[in-house]
Design a protein around this ligand. Structure first.
Ligand code: 48N
Length: 309
């Protein structure tokens, strides 16, 4: 019988255990248990693991302290923007700031508890681009599980060498500048550990960190503890007149509005995805995701154009 994966794992472990004392097995040795009796992982020390993690994280913080683009929110729109921009512009340093430990936003389920994800044509072109299979249903396609879309997109984004995801990290303010005419432009983000951001009122203040970037793409969604963060902050600093407030659900109009509304709302700040519904007072579309992906593609195109100016 050809050696199995298990055999290869056990075989590989044997060289790693040289010189280590193996406690006699107390297990009743069935055939398969016998193979595992000598199994052992290679040697490690706790501090080695700590240094492996922290050295890399602090090097990334140093590298991305000056980023070209910061994307706030790793939901379906933010991840689509990150993928499109990182692929089109491998020269740009892209930092993604995601408040949750788990990126993906609302795109792990199709809607309520139902797992299939619906996208209207022509959004299947983006699914083809990231190699996510789907079922054809005429004017729309169905990805059998939303997590297949989100996990595939996330894995492709994280593979880009010019992308760094800082999850469990919240953007809690914006870095602003005034130009010679006194016009405000965005110049980066102010960040903190999400757990700190959520508890500023009930613990002694912990000051934030910062990331400078000439372009910020904000895709922070329309609800949740930090929803629509950037547009609300722009209103509170007088850089955007007033929130439009997300309107009722209208699948037919909402998706086109979101894609066509994706834009640079103030110099240096592009807004996409459902955060736009709060900005423009457009309708929500409910459990369909094509406009999230295409709004991300559009936001990436706008960001790239800013660097071509
Ligand atoms: O998935 P979301 O919420 O946002 P989008 O715009 O990527 O996708 C929206 C989509 O999931 C829908 O809402 C669907 C289409 N339903 C529509 C409808 O009618 O109901 O992702 C936003 C991400 C989340 O992961 C948040 O944790 C994160 O942004 N986030 C932040 N991360 C860092 N700092 C912040 N201040 C912040 N605020 C939100």
């Amino acid at each position: 019988m050809a050696p199995t994966f298990v055999d290869s794992v056990v075989e590989a472990a044997v060289p790693a255990m040289k010189g280590l004392k193996i406690a006699p097995s107390t297990e009743s040795a069935t055939e398969s248990a016998k193979k595992w009796e000598k199994f052992s992982f290679a040697h490690i020390r706790e501090s080695t693991v700590s240094r492996a993690m922290t050295s890399r994280y602090f090097k990334d913080l140093d590298t991305y302290a000056e980023s070209d683009v910061v994307i706030i929110g790793a939901g379906s729109c933010g991840l689509s923007a990150a993928y499109s921009l990182a692929k089109a512009r491998p020269d740009l340093k892209i930092a993604i700031i995601e408040a949750n430990v788990s990126p993906g936003g609302g795109a792990w389920l199709g809607g309520q508890l139902f797992s299939a994800m619906v996208m209207r044509r022509p959004a299947e072109k983006f699914l083809d681009e990231i190699d996510v299979p789907y079922e054809e249903e005429g004017d729309y396609v169905v990805v059998k599980h939303a997590a297949l879309f989100t996990s595939t997109l996330l894995s492709k984004v994280l593979r880009f060498p010019n992308v760094k995801l800082f999850n469990a990290t919240t953007v809690e303010d914006l870095i602003t500048r005034k130009d010679a005419e006194g016009n405000l432009r965005i110049a980066g983000v102010v960040t903190n550990w999400t757990l700190v951001s959520m508890h500023h009122d009930d613990q002694s203040c912990m000051d934030p960190n910062t990331i400078n970037a000439p372009v910020v793409i904000s895709t922070t969604g329309h609800d949740g503890p930090f929803g629509a963060f950037s547009i609300k902050r722009l209103v509170s600093i007088g850089a955007y007149e007033k929130l439009g407030g997300m309107r009722g659900l209208d699948m037919k109009t909402a998706e086109d509005q979101i894609v066509k509304g994706t834009r640079e709302v103030v110099p240096g700040m592009i807004i996409g995805g459902m955060e736009l519904a709060e900005a423009d007072g457009s309708c929500r579309m409910g459990p369909i995701f094509g406009s999230m992906a295409i709004s991300g593609v559009r936001a990436a195109e706008i960001a790239a154009e800013i660097f071509e100016e």
